[in-house]
Design a protein around this ligand. Sequence first.
Ligand SMILES: [Zn+2]
Length: 102
Amino acid sequence: VTVRKEKTNVAHTRSCNQQSIPERLKNLKRSMTRTQCPFCRQYITTDVTTKAGSAAYIVCLISILFCCIAGCCVIPFCMDRCKDVVHKCPKCRSHIKTCKKL
Ligand SMILES: [Zn+2]
């Protein structure tokens, strides 16, 4: 009976560990994050790049419409904040996650 219990515990721990990886990836911030790569299983600091997502284009359009009112100095700040953040693994170059602004 004792042996069976131990086996169940090991299996339970393993399934918890597997589930914790996507859970951790959900919490990736918009900056470089230390995590485990789900593809090569190595502990890495994600490579972060920004790319203009749909939010950036909308802000761009709004900025053009209202540039006389808001002033052009506001645009670069808004553009950077509205860009999508792409997390990549520096070891295997796999795409881990994209944090979309919309
Ligand atoms: Zn990797």
